[in-house]
Design a protein around this ligand. Structure first.
Ligand SMILES: [Zn+2]
Length: 484
């Protein structure tokens, strides 16, 4: 009799085990208080603004990894929780310019930019003067030649690009007004070692006059009257650059599926920010501490759900990338060195700035989120979001899907590198605000109740995508403008 009594109890236990928790219940593991706890650390002073390649970035990565381990999620990169990558940065160590033997001084007579400084020294005995209306339609043979041009409003960049396109060695721009800032001698971080074959600099009118054969300084009129053509001028530009390697890493963790083991859903954010400037920390609480905290909270909610019997149909990968503020570098590295096949990646849900409201939404109308990119690659995306939103009642603001959006938000966060490879994406965003990219983007300004709602909605969207029978269909043409 006693033994028999146990049987129904065991049966009930077994049934409870098999019955999986539903998405809305699981979403309740995401709370305003929990989000605040994580964000207070991620956007805290100890993280020093999380600039790519710095100690602050490494501390933030260590915190994220500690959380994923705590949630018992698996390493996402062949046994590792990081996907390390190398960045390169150029510095100009010295620069000495002589024109016809006469020495000139950097930042007084001429200005350079680290990305357009020759690898070694530059010597030439002639220049081609191309005047002020030089463009890429020019029929002058400038291949391998050093050009000199006068400056006119906003056209200098076009001239530099034209010279580059036509295969010139470089271009020297004679300034209308001398630059007021010192030369930028530190180059941008880049995924490839810089190879500055093309050179450019800005010089004073006085140096410009010497370049064009003048023995004294030309007046503006004289300069305007200088005929185009070849001038025998000796230029000796001795420069020294060095390239340093800057290590960085994306953080990546996975909740493995037992069913569709070769399919993946990605949930991403960028954990890097602007770091410190003159001892002042850029905390980046909204950008993108909020998205990073969201990914951690979503990962935790999924992990908690698995304890109650949930098992995703396809793998869920949580990735916090670095190098976003330097030009979407961490996500680009991933898209060029994917750990999991991109064609088997059903979607990337990218969360970048979800803790605030922008000036468009004030007071009562703050119950919104911008959803961007949904209409680009898969017609499955929008109906899913709309369905999930039926019980969140948020305003899903899709205005930035407009291809003519001058803000170009679609190109400005990490989902873009997934989309460029054909992976359907949704970018969740609250818009910019007065604290955007300023030291005042701090935790105390985050609206955690609103953030909780947004993150729960993203969580349920992810749940739906992880549980669907088929991967999202890719039925829109991959038609990406090259520009970012
Ligand atoms: Zn940013």
């Amino acid at each position: 009799m006693r033994k028999l009594l146990f049987l129904p109890v065991l049966l009930i236990c077994a049934l409870t085990q098999a019955q999986t928790i539903d998405a809305s219940t699981a979403a309740k593991a995401i709370t305003a208080a929990g989000l605040k706890d994580h964000l207070s650390i991620i956007a805290g002073a100890e993280m020093q603004g999380r600039e790519t390649g710095t100690e602050g970035e490494r501390r933030a990565a260590a915190y994220l990894i500690s959380q994923y381990k705590k949630f018992k999620l698996k390493p996402g990169n062949n046994g590792a929780y990081t996907l390390p990558f190398k960045l390169y940065q150029d510095k100009v160590v010295s620069s000495e310019l002589k024109v016809n033997g006469e020495p000139y001084t950097l930042d007084k007579d001429y200005w350079v930019n680290a990305s357009n400084v020759p690898q070694k020294s530059l010597k030439t005995n002639a220049v081609i003067f191309v005047g002020n209306d030089f463009n890429d339609k020019s029929t002058v043979d400038v291949k391998g030649k050093l050009l000199v041009a006068t400056e006119n409003k906003e056209r200098s960049m076009m001239k530099i690009m034209a010279a580059q396109k036509l295969g010139a060695l470089g271009i020297i721009i004679i300034a209308n007004n001398n630059p007021t800032m010192a030369s930028n001698l530190t180059g941008r971080l880049s995924l490839t070692a810089p190879t500055a074959n093309f050179v450019s600099m800005t010089v004073t009118k006085s140096v410009g006059s010497r370049l064009l054969g003048g023995s004294k300084d030309f007046s503006d009129q004289e300069l305007a009257d200088v005929p185009k053509g070849v001038y025998s001028t000796t230029i000796d530009w001795a420069t020294e650059r060095n390239t340093s390697e800057v290590p960085s890493a994306d953080v990546i963790t996975i909740l493995p599926s037992k069913e569709k083991t070769d399919e993946y859903l990605f949930i991403t954010s960028h954990y890097d920010h602007l770091g410190m400037k003159d001892g002042v920390i850029n905390y980046g609480a909204d950008d993108d501490g909020s998205g990073t905290t969201s990914v951690v909270a979503i990962a935790n909610a999924f992990a908690e759900a698995t304890k109650k019997g949930f098992s995703p149909k396809r793998n869920i990968v949580f990735m916090n990338v670095s190098g976003e503020e330097k030009g979407l570098l961490g996500s680009r590295y991933y898209s060029e060195h994917p750990v999991y096949p991109l064609e088997k990646t059903t979607a990337d849900l990218n969360i970048d700035m979800v803790g605030r409201i922008d000036p468009t939404y004030k007071g009562d109308s703050m119950n919104y989120v911008y959803v961007i990119g949904e209409d680009k690659l898969s017609s499955d995306l929008q109906p899913i979001t709309d369905k999930i939103n039926e019980h969140y009642h948020m305003e899903l603001d899709r205005r930035f899907n407009d291809p003519k959006d001058i803000n170009r938000f679609y190109y400005r966060s990490d989902h873009f590198n997934f989309a460029a490879k054909g992976v359907p994406v949704i970018f969740y965003f609250n818009g910019t605000h007065r604290d955007y990219h300023k030291p005042t983007d701090t935790v105390d300004k985050i609206n955690f109740d609103l953030m909780e709602k947004r993150v729960r909605m993203i969580f349920e969207t992810a749940w739906e995508m992880a549980m669907r029978e088929d991967m999202l269909k890719r039925d829109m043409p991959l038609n990406m403008p090259a520009g970012r």
